[in-house]
Ligand binder design. Structure first.
Ligand code: ADP
Ligand code: MG
Length: 374
């Protein structure tokens, strides 16, 4: 067997305001591939904190930690989450299933996040649900399943991802003793099939079923009893299969898939967002169309007034021509301009106009002063 997890001198202190709690106070341990280890101790001794650090859900303040010989404390968040989703699986006391999502979808989702095609995810989810004898209940939401059944869905979810290491934190905490026994049988079976198991519990009896038992007290390892069971041929084979797997897979496809998954998982939110975009775009297009229409109408009106109309006005004598007499245009001038039409000056028509600014017009007894155009 080979060393799978190796941690040394892990320390973790939680700060809450001015108070500090040292949850891990220098924990060192080494776990080989294929082991089944329980971590037991009284409430508050740091078991969950240790599991969180080993499961890459939390970072220690001090110490070193390597998985498969690779230092994992200096990885970025992306690499960590990739490592978690491909190689680690978790089972918790409260099952942590999505409440409105049926059993099959709960098992499928992490596989889709892993980047598997949906057909493969579906197949694997069904296989895993069949393994925990829940294939008949695959369309049921967690609320329609018993505690034992919900924890079996959680096992199926962990199993379907084909992890190398399974972390379980008080997984029997909400099960009755019969369900707990059955659950532990299943974990032992998974372990025989090659998965390394780390089980955290405060229950001595549950812990005693693990071949190796680590006891914690006040953030430290107090005792480490029992030894790794020798690897079964199945474990060896499983380990070989997963060996090259600690690599990182192409990002783009995975990102696209997880985006699709998250859009599908939040259908209502997705539809509302789409509606927002549609309404926004439609109103923008409408505004632009209204603007363009108004502009076209204005241009049409101006053209009707005569955008190509040229007015020739006489000099009223107040310019700098020197003559006191105002110049007048005569009909001869109009004729002369008419003669130009058709030449390259480009006149179409010439129209003489006379304006009388202060004429008096009368009908019967009524008369008024008006500006007359003729
Ligand atoms: P266990 O799982 O063994 O019951 P934990 O690891 O959960 O213990 O907690 C160890 C100690 O750290 C406890 O005293 C707990 O109150 C404290 N603790 C755990 N998590 C936090 C946190 N997020 N913030 C502050 N204190 C915490
Ligand atoms: Mg705990």
């Amino acid at each position: 067997m080979s060393v799978l997890l190796e941690a040394s001198n892990l320390k973790r202190t939680y700060r809450m305001g001015s108070s500090r709690v040292r949850a891990l106070d220098g924990v060192s341990l080494r776990i080989e591939a294929g082991e089944f280890v329980s971590i037991v101790g009284p409430s508050g001794c740091g078991k969950s904190s240790l599991l969180q650090v080993l499961g890459l859900l939390d970072r220690p303040d001090e110490g070193t930690y390597a998985i498969d010989g690779r230092d994992v404390l200096n990885l970025g968040d992306r690499e960590l989450s990739e490592l978690r989703s491909h190689h680690l699986a978790f089972i918790f006391q409260f099952f942590n299933l999505l409440p409105k999502t049926d059993a099959q979808r709960n098992v499928e989702l992490p596989l889709l996040y892993q980047g598997l095609p949906s057909s493969v995810a579906k197949e694997r989810a069904l296989e895993a649900l069949t393994h925990v004898e829940l294939e008949q209940r695959k369309t049921h939401a967690p609320g329609e399943l018993s505690g034992g059944e919900q924890q079996r869905v959680a096992i199926a979810r962990a199993l379907a991802a084909r992890p190398r290491i399974l972390f379980a934190d008080e997984p029997t905490g909400n099960l009755n003793s019969e369900q707990a026994e059955e659950f532990l049988d299943r974990l032992l079976e998974l372990n025989r099939r090659g998965i390394t198991v780390l089980l955290v519990t405060h229950d001595e009896h549950v812990a005693s079923r693990a071949p190796r038992r680590i006891r914690m007290l006040d953030g430290k390892i107090f005792s480490d009893m029992g030894t790794a069971t020798p690897a079964t041929p199945e474990q060896k084979e499983a380990e070989e299969r997963s060996r090259p797997a600690l690599s990182l897979s192409p990002k783009f496809q995975e990102n696209a898939r997880s985006a699709a998954v998250s859009l599908r998982a939040n259908t209502l939110r997705t539809c509302l967002a789409m509606l927002g975009v549609v309404v926004g775009t439609a109103s923008l297009i409408t505004m632009m169309a209204v603007g363009a229409g108004a502009r076209a109408q204005a241009r049409e009106r101006i053209e009707k007034l005569g955008a190509n109309l040229l007015m020739l006005l006489p000099d009223r004598g107040n310019g700098d021509s020197g003559s006191a007499e105002p110049t007048r245009l005569s009909l001869d001038d109009a004729d002369a301009l008419s003669a130009l039409s058709g030449t390259d000056v480009g006149l179409n028509r010439v129209n003489p106009v006379i304006v009388l600014p202060g004429a008096t017009i009368a009908k019967g007894a009524v008369s008024t002063s008006a500006r007359v155009l003729g």
